[in-house]
Design a protein around this ligand. Sequence first.
Ligand code: TMP
Ligand code: ASP
Length: 237
Amino acid sequence: MEKREQLYEGKAKKVFATDDPEKVIVSYKDDATAFNGLKKGTIVGKGAINNRMTNYLMGRLEEKGVPTHFVEELSDRETLVKKVSIVPLEVIVRNISAGSFAKRYGVEEGIVFAQPTIEFSYKCDELNDPLLNEYHALALKLATREEIALIKKYAFDVNDFLKGAMKEIGIDLVDFKLEFGKLPDGTIVLADEISPDTCRLWDERTHDKLDKDRFRRDLGGAEEAYEEVMRRLMGEE
Ligand code: TMP
Ligand code: ASP
């Protein structure tokens, strides 16, 4: 596999072409941003942790019947994935109130829901990722009705699996964000990442935040939190 030119640089990852037109290499950075890039910083070592954690979780999700873009981990920070066109929806599943949910509806953080919620944002930095519903997504032709139905099914499947996997290591899965991609033949697959950047993870006993909120809210100890999740999940740092 030959690494070729950089195709794209996002806030947390870069994407490179390869000699295979159907595959690209994602390279995870230590850069951290919040509030649509207004806050910038570094979480040392997070690129490697997010890369390895995402690949491990996507591997287990494949076994559960959720197709993903994952192909092969190439190094600490780099992974070969199927080239997809990203469906411009941020798919957010919540089990416990926190973040923008708590703010929008004027409730405290930490309310455990009887059943998970799902919401979509239009993935568009210029517009600040506005919240939208399925009808809006259809009107804007961001996805078809069938694609949205499948995305919702996969998102709840990911929640069922991830909630259980986190519980096993003493972590409550509060909420998370997923992105999906489309293969050339139209197949919908899970893409992007599943990491402490994209999930809220609270220690079930102490309720310590083990995720990017440590950076967003200037709590300190982000590096240690990411390492702790990695250690519990994969027995390493
Ligand atoms: P929110 O409460 O700010 O809407 O975030 C919900 C979840 O989505 C939380 O786990 C963090 C994650 N998230 C991202 O991964 N990227 C984003 O741009 C935003 C706003 C949230
Ligand atoms: N990743 C987003 C940003 O850079 C937001 C976030 O995760 O809080 O602004």
